[in-house]
Design a protein around this ligand. Structure first.
Ligand SMILES: *[C@@H]1O[C@H](CO)[C@@H](O)[C@H](O)[C@H]1NC(C)=O
Ligand SMILES: *[C@@H]1O[C@H](CO)[C@@H](O)[C@H](O)[C@H]1NC(C)=O
Ligand SMILES: *[C@@H]1O[C@H](CO)[C@@H](O)[C@H](O)[C@H]1NC(C)=O
Ligand SMILES: *[C@@H]1O[C@H](CO)[C@@H](O)[C@H](O)[C@H]1NC(C)=O
Ligand SMILES: *[C@@H]1O[C@H](CO)[C@@H](O)[C@H](O)[C@H]1NC(C)=O
Ligand SMILES: *[C@@H]1O[C@H](CO)[C@@H](O)[C@H](O)[C@H]1NC(C)=O
Length: 336
């Protein structure tokens, strides 16, 4: 960590989720947060983010510094203790590890990846063997109903764990300590942050929902959770997808998947989704509607690669993967 006590943070991907975690880190001035905004630098710089949060109130959040690029973030010689990557994971279209190169300073920089899916760490571990890589899973109820306006519910939860720490090329105890200080700031500011031993188990657990409801919402032509669960065959498909994720995840991590918020099985996930007062439009469905690229590589393809390596047959995921990719090809090619 840098010699003065303020933690220096660079955050990429300041969408709905990124802006809440940035704000909760900056609050109280224990961390200085620089946010990279490519497309809308001037708006964020002049107006900040308008946030309406049930948990933290109404606020216009101005990051300590807003920059157009990672190059600009380091042009004054700032050395960042943490780089937080909150972008959508689209490895077929962009390699986010390449983008942060100018700001990574060997073992002085810890990289925190708050992204969905499986295998997102690999490109970073390969490119930055000296740097601690932290894999994080977020549970947060946040959306951006219009540009720059962010609506947040009552929770922001983050689970994080160091990746591949067995063959770490850095002082693990020192990294642990600085990770605990970041986690402490989030906790002090109302975002529940927990450091866990085996983060991969939690990645797979989140995938139980993400690889099923998200993907079926798209291949069904655009159904929300209530519509999907109202149809017995569609519900059966979701259950079968969830069962496959449990099977692959448990084989890959060598442990049962953890239980979070009472969800310990496909049926429990389905029941808690059924109990939602309002139907959920999964994020992949929103991408589909907006004709944006979808996260199928990290939500389906990489889990399927793991399944193949372990000799596990996952026919439902294979079918849904093939269909999601074809649907996306259809609209991405016509967009050009
Ligand atoms: C994305 O990249 C992976 C790995 O190279 C490849 O297997 C997959 O087919 C690609 N996906 C698409 C939609 O092109
Ligand atoms: C910044 O750009 C992103 C992506 O285009 C958009 O979703 C977001 O609303 C913009 N933020 C502000 C504060 O305008
Ligand atoms: C970084 O590497 C240097 C040289 O190998 C070592 O002395 C130092 O303890 C390391 N720092 C951390 C935080 O790992
Ligand atoms: C780092 O923290 C984890 C979890 O808090 C703990 O299990 C591990 O032993 C720590 N490692 C070191 C070297 O302190
Ligand atoms: C993943 O699932 C969570 C619920 O567990 C949902 O809130 C989120 O929108 C999903 N995200 C993606 C990218 O699938
Ligand atoms: C979703 O499901 C319902 C059945 O509940 C169906 O009538 C509807 O057309 C489906 N598709 C869309 C895009 O809503």
């Amino acid at each position: 960590m840098s010699s003065d006590a303020t933690i220096k943070v660079l955050l990429l991907g300041a969408g709905a989720l990124g802006s809440i975690f940035a704000w909760r880190l900056q609050e109280g001035d224990k961390a200085k947060v620089t946010v990279v905004c490519r497309s809308n630098y001037s708006i964020v710089k002049s107006r900040g983010f308008s946030i309406v949060s049930e948990a933290y109130g109404k606020h216009t959040y101005h990051p300590n510094k807003v920059v157009r690029s990672v190059e600009d973030a380091v042009s004054d010689g700032t050395v960042y203790d943490f780089i937080i990557v909150c972008t959508k994971a689209l490895p077929n279209l962009s390699d986010d590890s390449e983008m942060i190169v100018p700001a990574v300073n060997g073992n002085k920089t810890t990289i925190i990846l708050i992204q969905n899916g499986i295998g997102i760490e690999k490109a970073f571990c390969v490119r930055f063997p000296e740097s601690p890589i932290v894999s994080a899973v977020a549970y947060i109820d946040v959306s951006q109903p219009s540009d720059g306006v962010i609506e947040h519910g009552s929770n922001a939860m983050l689970l994080m764990g160091l990746c591949a720490s067995e063959n770490a090329n850095y002082d693990t105890a020192a990294v642990n300590k600085s990770l605990q200080s970041v986690s402490g700031i989030w906790n002090d500011n109302g975002a529940t942050c927990t450091i866990v031993e085996n983060i991969q188990r939690f990645r797979w657990l989140k995938l139980v929902w993400n690889a099923s409801f998200n993907t079926v919402s798209v291949v069904s032509g655009g159904n929300d959770t209530r519509q999907m669960l109202a149809d017995p065959y569609c519900k059966g498909l979701i259950r079968n997808l969830m069962t496959e994720v449990y099977k692959i995840g448990e084989a890959a991590t060598g442990e049962p998947l953890p239980v979070l918020l009472g969800a310990d099985s496909p049926d429990a996930f389905i029941a808690s989704t059924e109990a939602n007062k309002t139907p959920v439009c999964p994020s992949m469905l929103m991408d589909f509607r907006a004709r944006r690229p979808m996260e199928h590589e990290v939500i389906l393809k990489r889990p399927l690669d793991v399944a193949k390596r372990l000799g596990i047959h996952a026919p439902y995921m294979e079918a849904v993967y093939a269909l999601v990719v074809m649907v996306e090809k259809g609209y991405l090619s016509s967009r050009l």
